[in-house]
Design a protein around this ligand. Structure first.
Ligand SMILES: [Cu+2]
Length: 396
């Protein structure tokens, strides 16, 4: 069906242009297209930047056209018969039944149509499932409501980080409190603090799994969508052919903040990728932790300030939170109360609103808790040591 592709794309683009033109005058909350994400008034699938995504796009269009042709054919015949051969024109109903010829035709024709659709689709589905010979393997772990990434194989092996949505919660607004959303820009709800970085033109295998409920890792521009299931390991792959930033979202309803766990993948040149790997490795060495070490308050504070980046979206950098939605940690009774109360909340979460942070290491948790207990108006002066986090983990 190669001859049809340019034609189909032209038709598809024309349709979305038409739609854009007719909506251009209405006021939109998000002004422009998001870079590597959805476009304003986008109607069709993105063509994408991988072989697979282009194949999906072409299959989708080809099948839509095939369906349209059948639709028009069947309904034309039906309406023609109903209108032209109506009783008031003096037509007599035919009385024949059980025509073997007709029955054979209406079995054979759909059979060939199905084969016509199944052959190219099967070819693409098999290619999508072929995760062999990958250059880099990355594990993506879904949890309520963020992604964790571990580079398991290939250049960058050993790198691991959490990826949180970077849009501040205060910009989302709480409809229950009568608040309106105030979009921060074209990347609203599609921006993260730590994007996945991969080299261009390399086969990247993504292994998906989850900590709590089923999530799904999906990036439309790559033609990739794979469920992330707790206790199971699934995989998918992509080979991006164009450098740039590409965006996706969790695509399996996973709870209250399902909409707030975006996926951002930066595709860079091989040289830039090597630079990024070197920088990440250096940062990991710098923050490599000796779990039995007793940390000084100043050390924990410095480390805790970095880790607190995970918390600013809700509790804000000044610790004041968002009235009505996210409690202020500044002057908070829990933060200024007994250590263990706070350790339990940060470790396990609270009321399904405050997420669990069990994925952070003992040192990171000790540091961030110490940080909140000694910042803004809080001056406990005491440290929380990694050993205390370890004890709290094993006692639960
Ligand atoms: Cu999810």
């Amino acid at each position: 069906m190669n001859f049809a592709k340019p034609l189909l794309r032209t038709i598809a683009r024309g349709t979305s242009l038409l739609a854009c033109a007719s909506y251009a005058t209405s006021a939109l909350a998000v002004v422009g297209d998001s870079e590597g994400g959805p476009k304003v008034n986008q109607l069709n699938l993105p063509v994408g930047v991988t072989q697979i995504s282009r194949e999906i796009y072409d299959l989708h269009n080809a099948m839509m056209i095939l369906c349209m042709v059948i639709f028009v054919g069947v309904f034309s015949a039906m309406f023609y018969s109903v209108i032209m051969h109506r009783k008031s024109r003096g037509y007599q109903a035919a009385t024949w039944h059980e025509s073997t010829t007709v029955e054979i035709i209406w079995t054979i024709v759909p059979f060939f149509i199905v084969i016509l659709m199944a052959l190219p689709a099967t070819k693409t589905v098999i290619a999508m499932k072929d995760t062999t010979n990958s250059d880099i393997t990355i594990k993506a772990t879904g949890s309520q409501w963020k992604w964790g990434y571990d580079y398991l194989k290939g250049e960058g092996e050993g790198i691991s980080f959490l990826s949180n949505m970077a849009t501040p919660r205060s910009a989302i607004g709480d409809p229950e409190l009568g608040e309106k959303a105030a979009p921060t820009g074209d990347e609203y709800l599609l921006e993260v603090d730590h994007p996945v970085v991969v080299p261009v033109n390399k086969k990247i295998r993504i292994i998906t799994t989850a900590n709590d409920v089923i999530h799904a890792w999906a990036v439309p521009q790559f033609g990739v969508k794979q469920d992330a299931i707790p206790g199971f390991v699934r995989d998918t792959w992509f080979k991006a052919e164009v450098t740039g930033t590409y965006r996706g979202e969790c695509q399996e309803l996973c709870g209250k903040e399902h909409a707030y766990m975006p996926i951002v993948v930066k595709v860079v040149s091989p040289e830039d990728y090597s630079k990024w790997v070197t920088a990440q490795k250096a940062a990991m060495v710098a923050s490599a932790d000796d779990p039995s070490k007793v940390w000084a308050l100043a050390e924990l504070m410095a480390r805790g300030q970095q880790v607190y980046g995970n918390c600013t979206a809700c509790h804000q950098a000044d610790g004041k939170g968002v009235a009505g939605s996210y409690p202020s940690l500044d002057g908070d009774a829990v933060v200024n109360g007994p250590k263990n109360g706070q350790i339990q909340i940060v470790l396990k979460g609270k009321n399904n609103k405050m997420p669990s942070w069990q994925q952070l290491s003992d040192v990171e948790l000790a540091a961030v808790i110490t940080y909140t207990r000694n910042s803004w108006g809080n001056h406990s002066g005491e440290t929380v040591q990694p050993s205390e986090i370890k004890a709290a983990r094993s006692s639960s």
